[in-house]
Ligand binder design. Structure first.
Ligand SMILES: Nc1nc2c(c(=O)[nH]1)N[C@H]1C(S)=C(S)[C@@H](COP(=O)(O)OP(=O)(O)OC[C@H]3O[C@@H](n4cnc5c(=O)[nH]c(N)nc54)[C@H](O)[C@@H]3O)O[C@H]1N2
Ligand SMILES: Nc1nc2c(c(=O)[nH]1)N[C@H]1C(S)=C(S)[C@@H](COP(=O)(O)OP(=O)(O)OC[C@H]3O[C@@H](n4cnc5c(=O)[nH]c(N)nc54)[C@H](O)[C@@H]3O)O[C@H]1N2
Ligand SMILES: [Mo]
Length: 764
């Protein structure tokens, strides 16, 4: 390790030059070529704090063996052991379960973002390891957009990931778009992030350019900040969960006023007559007019009508945030957006049509050529059991329980081992009190974590893993014009080891070391990745030069300018969509065949289960969106995140009228609660949020006052003690994380948060 060195590294929030004395991070500066660096970089100073220092085993599990309950996970103290002991115990338990119960009894879905770095990506490492030892029960889709991922192929045939690559380039939008209307905005707080990292944050520049050229922006969202102020956007703040109704109201206006592009609907779409019958009320007696939508959304009907006219009368782009589909019947939101864009008829034209998630992460609409880069491969998983990603508590609670997923009737397997690496379910899952109870059921929980997160605290075996600042890797995303060489900047903290080395040693004990390592060290793999990339692109420098330089900019980065579905538009017969009809499906016979009441065969407004239109004891709608000052729960203890807290608690925004009626002022501490749980927050009073809506971002480390009491309040402000754990519908079973109903009251005696200090330890 170079003492007092400065080296470039890359994170999911961008590249940074990091100074260190070999032990700690002593300074962080943004990568010089980044025009709009993320402030989250500064939090890298916290990378050595709150660390798991030694392999740790839950006392009751160590003393009584797998399945010993003792005190609850999350309460029972840990005993620190040496690496050999911990590895032997984990290997023996994996062997017991695969032999006695079969590999499907190991749940290795392990959802989570882990860190940037193509090789050391923890989830990929775990999946490869579990495959080499016989397989595991996996997961499908993402928390980000599960509902969207499952509905999109039914509507346009492509899977969402491929469709996203083809999104109209931001440069084309900047040049051609006259009106950009976005449901959930284009939140710059989110565009700080790109899975795998990036050298340059470019979205702000493109939006500024569009504005300068004259694009008009409209933000339809409960929160004003979802579109940046410098765009002078109009802000419409409907009730959350009513977007489908608003879009139907607009579509109704288009039809009523003869503005719908019937030629487009006829030539490029399947099922328009069915959707039109629903829209006009011919099918059910209710016209989905702008007035109808106005009553549901609490938005002026004339605003809905005039926006519909403007959309039809200009080169217009409709966008929707991923968060909008993280809701009851979330499938309908994206489907309806595509339907409305079809009625406007500009799909496939430069700067027109639709986008699913501009701004959700940095790369959407980034025109840079995609450069395939090797990633860690794994053979086919011999086990075909999986769960829809957010059904984890159901899986643990209801072995043998039945559920539907995208036309399949499925059964939850019995799980003996939960194995997690690179994710934090006690931040990311909904209804944490329910998860906490379900989490006590499996005999064994194994977690790899650098930090003492709430999930690590609830494991039986915790393996301390390194962070990217402690190892060699290669970083960047394929939609980026830089590739970064990542080198160790600090010594491994405590006894932390790379996930790869931990899995190699377990594979060795389980007779699979050759399959897992293929004879390479991690450094050997990183070099191998780079060299195999260089075979395709021989103009790149040698690995040694690459490491010395710290990064390489792709030699020529031609803007691969894209217009989404442009080929389909120019010749739909020659370039049909891979849907059953070859067209955009506004009615899906496939979905009709599934017969799901909660996912009808055409876009439909279904009343959300918790929303402001319902009369309940909980009158406020909580939006738990992505946090501006961190990535999920990562580096919550870093300076960018903690600076935003109020008295050490997560900041909750609330409209002045809601604050006043509760006698709350700026800086007060409050309790937020519903029937599922409660947490304590610091209040920020703001008119940048719709009355009736409160905003508490995700990611404050879950910190119950007394973890031995079921439902104990989180004193730090994690919103997932309040959210509902239910699938979007029988189709996708995606999370409905984004919102739920709550009440808020002033708290004069809130307990002091203590989220970062790690678990209790006992001696052997
Ligand atoms: N209420 C509500 N909940 C939500 C959402 C919402 O909108 N509302 N959004 C959801 C969404 S979209 C997402 S993507 C999820 C995010 O959920 P997660 O991806 O689980 O969240 P992270 O905090 O990124 O967790 C990553 C964990 O990996 C650890 N880690 C980092 N690097 C390494 C490594 O090299 N090795 C190992 N072993 N571990 C490492 C980090 O310390 C951290 O604990 O949250 C979801 N939860
Ligand atoms: N800084 C930062 N950036 C991130 C992340 C992070 O943790 N931190 N996480 C990354 C990840 S994993 C993901 S998946 C993406 C997520 O990207 P998104 O899911 O799009 O992000 P969110 O912030 O959850 O939601 C966007 C906005 O939607 C609005 N919204 C919520 N409900 C409704 C509704 O019913 N109607 C309308 N019209 N608007 C609504 C909210 O005001 C919210 O601010 O962000 C990525 N970017
Ligand atoms: Mo996500």
């Amino acid at each position: 390790m170079d003492r007092m060195a400065s080296k470039t590294t890359v994170t999911h929030w961008g590249a940074f030059d990091v100074d260190s004395d070999g032990i700690n991070v002593t300074g962080v500066r943004p990568f010089a070529k980044d025009p709009d660096p993320s402030p989250i970089g500064a939090s890298l100073e916290a990378v050595t704090r709150s660390r798991v220092l030694h392999p740790s085993i839950r006392k009751s599990w160590l003393e009584g063996g797998p399945g010993t309950r003792g005190d609850l996970r999350g309460v029972d103290p840990f005993i620190e052991v040496d690496w050999e002991t911990a590895l032997d115990l984990a290997a023996a338990e994996l062997d017991r379960v695969r032999t006695d119960q079969g590999n499907q009894a190991i749940f290795g879905g392990s959802y989570g973002w882990s860190s940037a770095g193509r090789f050391h990506h923890a989830q990929s490492q775990l999946h490869r390891f579990l495959t080499t030892i016989g397989g595991y029960t996996s997961k499908r889709d993402t928390y980000s957009h599960a509902a969207g991922e499952v509905i999109v192929p039914h509507v346009v045939g492509y899977n969402y990931w491929d469709l996203q690559q083809e999104h109209t380039s931001m440069s084309i939008i900047a040049e051609h778009c006259e009106l950009m209307v976005s449901f959930g905005g284009i939140p710059m707080k989110n565009a700080q992030i790109q899975n795998g990292g990036m050298g340059r944050h470019t979205l702000r520049g493109w939006l500024d350019q569009a504005k300068d050229r004259g694009t008009r922006f409209v933000n339809i969202s409960p929160i004003r900040d979802d579109l940046m102020d410098e765009l002078d956007a109009e802000w419409l703040a409907p009730r959350p969960g009513t977007d489908v109704a608003i879009m139907l109201g607009m579509m109704h206006t288009l039809v009523e006023e003869g503005l719908a592009d019937e030629a487009f609907l006829d030539r490029y779409c399947e099922g328009w007559p069915r959707l039109r019958a629903y829209l006009t009320g011919e099918a059910d007696g209710v016209a989905k007019s702008a007035s109808w939508a106005s009553a549901i959304a609490d938005l002026d009907a004339d605003r809905i009508r005039s926006l519909a006219r403007d959309l039809a009368g200009s080169r217009s782009m409709l966008n929707i945030a991923w968060g909008v589909q993280r809701a009851d019947y979330g499938e309908q939101t994206w489907w309806m957006l595509i339907a409305l864009a079809s009625a406007i008829g500009q799909i496939g034209l430069p700067g027109g049509g639709f986008g699913l998630g501009y701004g959700a992460v940095a790369s959407v609409g980034n025109g840079v050529t995609r450069r395939p880069f090797p990633s860690l491969e794994r053979g086919p998983n011999p086990v075909d059991e999986f769960i829809p990603v957010a059904r984890i508590a159901d899986l643990l609670e209801k072995p043998g329980g039945r559920y539907t997923y995208n036309g399949e009737d499925r059964t939850y397997p019995q799980i003996e081992i939960v194995y997690w690496a690179g994710g934090n379910p006690f931040h990311h899952h909904q209804d944490l009190n329910r998860l906490n109870a379900a989490w006590q059921i499996p005999p064994t929980v194994i977690v790899h974590e650098p930090f003492w997160t709430a999930t690590a605290k609830r494991a039986d075996i915790v393996f301390p893993s390194t962070t990217p600042l402690e190892r060699y890797d290669i970083g960047g995303s394929p939609r980026e014009d830089f590739l970064f060489a990542m080198e160790p900047i600090i010594e491994p903290v405590g006894e932390a080891r790379d996930d790869y080395d931990i899995f190699s040693d377990l594979a060795d004990r389980l007779g699979a070391v050759n399959e897992f390592t293929e004879g390479r060290t991690s450094r050997g793999w990183v070099e191998h990745f780079y060299e195999s990339f260089r075979q395709d692109f021989p103009e790149y420098p040698s690995y040694e030069e690459f490491v010395n330089e710290g990064h390489v900019q792709h030699p020529e980065t031609p803007e691969a300018l894209k217009v989404l579905l442009n080929d389909f538009r120019s010749d739909p017969a020659a370039n049909p969509l891979p849907t059953p009809s070859g067209k955009i499906e506004l009615y899906s016979s496939t979905i009709a065949g599934f017969g799901y009441e909660d996912c009808p065969p055409h876009p439909t407004f279904l009343e959300p289960k918790e929303w402001l239109g319902a009369v309940t004891r909980f009158p406020l709608q909580l939006i738990s969106n992505q946090p501006p000052g961190r990535l999920h729960s990562q580096l919550d203890h870093g300076v960018t995140s903690t600076n935003r807290k109020i008295d050490g608690r997560e900041r909750m925004r609330m409209h002045p009228s809601d604050a006043e009626s509760r006698a709350l002022s700026d800086g007060d501490t409050a309790k937020v609660f519903n029937d599922r749980g409660a947490c304590y927050v610091g209040i920020e009073v703001s008119d940048r949020i719709r009355p009736g809506v409160v905003e508490l971002p995700t990611g404050a480390w879950y910190d119950p006052v007394d973890p031995s009491i079921a439902g104990s309040a989180c004193r730090h402000g994690n919103p997932n003690v309040l959210t509902r754990d239910e699938g979007t519908s029988g189709l996708a079973q995606g999370p409905v994380a984004q919102s739920c109903l709550v009440e808020v009251e002033k708290s004069l005696s809130a307990p002091t948060p203590d989220p970062y200090s790690g678990p209790a330890f006992a001696s052997r």
